[in-house]
Design a binder for this molecule. Sequence first.
Ligand code: HDL
Ligand code: ZN
Length: 401
Amino acid sequence: MILSSDNISKKLLNIIDSTPIFDLHTHLFPPKHEGYFLLGFKNLLNYHYLIAELLTATNIDASTFYSFNDEKKASLIWNELFEKRTPVSEACSGVLSILKELNIEINNKSFLSICDEYDRKIQSDKNILDLSNVSSLVMTNNPFDLDEWSLFNTNDWDKKIYLASLRLDDLILDYDETLKKAKDQTSNQENTIVNYLEKCYSQSNPVYAAISLNLETFNTILEDSMWRDILVWLESKKLPLSLMLGVKRAVNKDFGLAGDGIGEINLKELSNLCNSFPKNKFLVTCLSLNDQHELTVLARKHPNLRIFGFWWFMNQPTIIKQILKMRIDMLGFSFIPQHSDARVSDQLIYKWNHFKKILHPILLEYYQDLLDKNFPISENILQRDINNLLSGNAKNYLGIT
Ligand code: HDL
Ligand code: ZN
């Protein structure tokens, strides 16, 4: 059915809300992975985004804060950011979006009573996946963290929902220690890292490899023969490499996970990498707003470069509105618009709810313009486009169904 200006908005909203999502990058694990699966209100409040906001809005000392147990930390965050201050930041707003989705009123309720009510409503990943309409997601799996990697010793989790990746940061952060671990795990001492990755590949069936880099560490990829061997291996496996560019770890080392910030990156080197390895596929996201225009231009130059998501400090409504339109203006719908980066399963609810609220009016503007030019827009066209944006573009690039 061909749509008109009168009915396209509602039809588009229904399609966006009902289309299953493939979440390309998360830090989530299946419920069976004890100690790594995070769910519930206290975990939600102990998100490092909220910790950073607490430690910089108050004069609470970081090491004192981290000495508290999870309940004490969560109640402190709730009291300081949600009771003593107005919770308007994106991370605070996300918590409130989930409470609203669960019909949990907070006025005049104690922190602990909200916890109890919340934890009665959110019991498993299943209700979160239903509420967020996420049909499958990619975990961040570190093959050099043997305790975390023990997930792949068991099969009692849904591998159609929780897909694996190979996160390679340890090879940059602590090469000697990482090489030792790989040597211990492989008998063949030749080409240790690639041999170990081959073993991990057969254990986990990853959909991509990933690494976060900045100016200094990107040069390692370009210059080090081991990385050339890894790129050749990735090509042989048809495994894309996800490059998360422009991060500076431990800007404030006392803040722990909340202490990372923005680092430099030279995207001319990214272009060289795409040219030097034309048969490798690269998924790329940049942490700084300053790099977004150049990255988008590069995505018009390199067919083996696909932009994904609004990473971390980029995942703010104001920035998404501006940069999403720029990406559409330059790339049409040929990119992967968002990922959640969720660390606590419940976050899937707000991360995707917030993004879809921005996506609808922006897409409507483009479709309205097409209608004004007498370009016919049918329901099928809308469904095709939203399928591609919320899952198809990512799955096709990864070569998965
Ligand atoms: O390196 C990454 O994958 C980042 O996403 C970090 O994990 C960061 O701490 C984060 O959670 N960002 O959202
Ligand atoms: Zn991440």
